[in-house]
Design a protein around this ligand. Structure first.
Ligand SMILES: C[S@@+](CC[C@H](N)C(=O)[O-])C[C@H]1O[C@@H](n2cnc3c(N)ncnc32)[C@H](O)[C@@H]1O
Length: 286
């Protein structure tokens, strides 16, 4: 007979019952579009363990009850369920495209005194938007000056308030420097303690906001380009298609959409864009 101690259901933070997991999965889907498959039950339990302690709950069921009834606890729990993995210059072909195709257009727009707006939707801790900012600023001092003097702004949004705060702070560990092309790191980052910080000029181009992509977007001006990468992979097809159509509405005609390597345009959204590169799309002109 196996005499090993088996905790009673609800006493181990990772011990989320099937019924409670089903409740959490329904809430995560309804509020954030996140699809949690049954195989993720232990992972979800371990991600909620901190919430359990923070809310003084003695077991998972008590936490799930709070999540159902208290919007503040619910929001923190959903944020804890997000996956925030990212890195500087991830999927580097996108930044090559920005440098060779988008940046010259942006410089032309700046010289013509036009407004330029870019959006990193699902920005996590900011590595993506700062990669974009550094690519735009580039290596030429005169071009960088023109960009900095122009009406250029990058918006970075994420559902998770903690990653939004980290992105605005813009301090990263030393290891991450290896992901940034040396000339750009040299020009646009500065040493900070044992790590580095994105320099004030690149930071000054970017503003961070908490935004749930499923909610209303309080964003007035259209974007010249949107990065929405490795975020839709957590959504189902209907949510993804709806989001992609909404992103299209927020792009100027001819604006660029960059999506993650395992994502694709779905249904009606596919009609709104033409493919111009690997996971790079242009909104069709009306
Ligand atoms: C894996 S990260 C991707 C970061 C970056 N775009 C990249 O490709 O490296 C996915 C991000 O999407 C955010 N996210 C998930 N659901 C969201 C939603 N409904 N609204 C806004 N952001 C969401 C998560 O918080 C997470 O930071």
């Amino acid at each position: 007979m196996n005499t090993a101690f088996v905790p009673a259901e609800g006493t181990d933070p990772r011990d989320l019952s099937v019924a409670d997991f089903t409740v959490i999965a329904r809430i995560a889907h309804a509020h954030a579009g996140l699809v949690l498959h049954p195989g993720k039950r232990v992972l979800v339990g371990s991600r909620l363990a901190k919430q359990m302690r923070a809310n003084g709950c003695s077991d998972m069921h008590a936490l799930v009850t709070k999540i159902v009834h208290d919007p503040v606890v619910r929001r923190a729990a959903i944020e804890a369920l997000t996956t925030n993995h990212t890195r500087f210059f991830r999927e580097s072909h996108h930044f090559t495209h920005v440098a060779t195709t988008l940046r010259p257009r942006i410089l032309d727009a700046v010289r013509a005194r036009k407004r330029v707006r870019l959006w990193s939707a699902g920005s996590s801790t900011g590595e993506e938007v700062y990669s974009l900012a550094m690519t735009l600023l580039g290596e030429e001092a005169a071009e960088a000056r023109a960009l900095l003097a122009g009406d250029v702004a990058l918006l970075a949004t994420d559902l998770n308030a903690q990653v939004v705060e980290a992105g605005a702070h813009a301090v990263y560990p030393a290891e991450a420097l290896a992901d940034i092309p040396p000339a750009l790191a040299e020009s646009w980052t500065e040493q900070e303690g044992a790590g580095f910080r994105i320099g004030a000029q690149a930071r000054g181009l970017v503003r961070f906001r908490r935004l749930n992509l499923l909610d209303e977007w309080p964003i007035a001006s259209p974007f010249d380009a949107i990065f929405c990468r490795n975020t839709m992979i957590y959504f189902d097809a209907a949510t993804t298609e709806r989001l992609q159509c909404r992103l299209a509405q927020k792009l100027v005609p001819g604006g660029y959409l960059y999506i993650g390597h395992s994502e694709r345009l779905l249904g009606a959204a596919a009609e709104l864009f033409t493919s111009v590169g690997q996971t790079i799309y242009r909104k069709v002109e009306a």
